[in-house]
Design a protein around this ligand. Structure first.
Ligand code: PLP
Length: 476
């Protein structure tokens, strides 16, 4: 399998070539040159597989430059009941992404049972093992620099801790994350993990990462890499749980299913789109946003209008507070018939700070064929939904999952099971849980008292040169 860029560059690298990089050199995102189709016979076999074997079956269609035995071993090392052990009620960890039934035909799919209690672990744990494997093969090293407002940084650190050939420098806004999120990251004592708390906001940290990314000489000399949400391997890994969720929610492969996905950067639901293109019987992909409704607006109106940072709301589902959806270009590439010239034209407007409108173009009619619907949720909706699900079903859900449940309820269809992707656990967002329920969230067994562990973090000013110096000193 070769990979192409959504903006049409000539070179077609293979999976391992794009694993360690970010954007394609022409500014586009990588996608497989063609989407593999799944046969009915394959679906029948896959229905019986364990998560790790299913991951291998699916990923081997996209990854053809790692020997099959090695890829299989990586999948089995990643998707274990021990890694994804923080299940609701302490059960079913062997299923990796078990369903919680709320009522007949309405389920949560638990994607947040990994070490950092958010769905980012589903892909990031695989990425950590793939990085270690490919770096060892090539005799290379990489230094990951990132900025986080909470979930991505901890998922990356737990995936890369102790890995040979990898160091992680993670910038976080000093004093802005929840106590639980801080404890998750800063309590790591692994020698290859460096936490830098930047005096400032998330955007200040993000600006430093961007400035380093634009410094080609520094980047090359110190082998700086990224693991952000545009990474293709992360999207590929996420395809697997759509198949697993489908098999768990249906009795046979003649049935259809709908998925509802709490969305921000369009990474998670992009994997659902690809699963559907592969032939998984998905009747509907329901996209849920919070008050930052740039994607809901697109699927309702055909207008994609990224917001300015100043127009982005700070909400109680903070991992969905995005102004621009960094994976959305992958979907639009398929929508416009994989015509890179059209994508270049549309993103010329977006990259210049503008918007695009598909009304009056042939793509508006095509949009219906991709089975997306959408909706938005507010802080009041989140509180009401958390309360309602707790009172009716005795199940505690986090704020992002609540956005999903709220929107999913607006799009239910008789005879089609609805699966809401549970993207985080309530323990991460204690403040809003207390506001909704008047009690503290459930903290999984084994993570109680995390806040009391010793922490290892360097507090620094948002000073590019000082942070570069700190990195260079610790790379020696
Ligand atoms: C990252 C994240 C999301 C948004 O996922 P995207 O892939 O960016 O659309 C939703 N919920 C939680 C808890 C997250 O961490």
């Amino acid at each position: 399998m070769r990979y192409l860029s959504t903006r049409g560059q000539a070179a077609e690298p293979s999976f391992c070539d794009i694993l360690l990089g970010g954007l394609a050199p022409d500014g586009g995102l990588y996608l497989p040159e063609e989407t593999p189709r799944v046969t009915r016979a394959e679906l029948d076999v896959w229905r019986q597989l364990s998560y790790a074997d299913l991951a291998f079956a699916i990923l081997s269609k996209f990854i053809t430059d790692i020997p099959a035995d090695d890829l299989k071993a990586i999948c089995h090392k990643t998707y274990t009941a021990d890694v994804y052990r923080y299940t609701r009620n302490g059960g079913a960890a062997a299923e990796i992404t078990p369903l919680t039934k709320l009522e007949e035909g309405f389920y949560l799919q638990e994607l947040s049972n990994g070490p950092t209690l958010a769905f980012k672990d589903m892909a990031m744990q695989l990425l950590g093992n793939l990085f270690e494997y490919v770096l060892a093969k090539r005799g290379e090293e990489i230094n990951i620099l990132g900025a986080t407002s909470g979930d991505t940084g901890s998922a990356a650190e737990y995936a890369m801790r102790g890995k040979k050939g990898v160091k992680v420098f993670m910038l976080s806004p000093h004093g802005k994350m929840s106590a639980f999120q801080r404890a998750q990251m800063y309590s790591l004592q692994d020698a290859n993990i460096f936490n830098i708390a930047v005096r400032g906001m998330f955007d200040d940290a993000q600006d430093i990462v961007k400035a380093v990314s634009n410094d080609a000489a520094f980047k090359a000399k110190y082998k700086i890499g990224a693991v952000n949400s545009i990474n293709w391997a992360r999207v590929a890994a996420q395809i697997v749980y759509y198949f697993k969720g489908y098999f768990a929610a249906t009795a046979n492969n003649d049935q259809q299913v709908a998925f509802c996905v709490p969305s921000g950067n369009f990474g998670n639901i992009c994997a659902g789109h690809i699963a559907r293109q592969m032939g998984l019987p998905i009747a509907k992909l329901v996209l849920a946003t919070n008050e930052n409704n740039v994607l809901d607006e697109f699927f309702r109106t055909g207008v994609y209008r990224p917001r300015k940072t100043a127009e982005t709301f700070v909400t109680s589902s903070p991992s969905m507070d995005i102004s621009k959806a960094s994976n959305f270009e992958r979907f639009v590439f398929d929508l416009v018939g994989r015509d890179a010239a059209v994508v270049r034209e549309l993103w010329a407007k977006v990259d210049a700070g503008g918007a695009f409108d598909l009304n009056g173009t042939p793509y508006m009619d095509k949009l219906a064929g991709f089975a997306f619907v959408s909706g938005a949720s507010s802080h009041a909706d989140r509180l009401a939904t958390i309360r309602d699900v707790w009172q009716k079903h005795g199940v505690m859900i986090d704020t992002h999952t609540a956005d999903g449940v709220k929107v999913a309820r607006e799009h239910r269809q008789a005879g089609v099971p609805m699966v809401v992707l549970e993207t985080a656990q309530p323990a991460k967002f204690a403040e809003t849980i207390e506001e909704a329920l008047g009690r503290a969230p459930v903290v999984p067994e084994g993570l109680q008292g995390l806040e009391k562990l010793p922490q290892r973090v360097e507090v620094m000013n948002a000073d590019l040169e000082a942070i570069k110096r700190y990195m260079v000193e610790n790379l020696a």
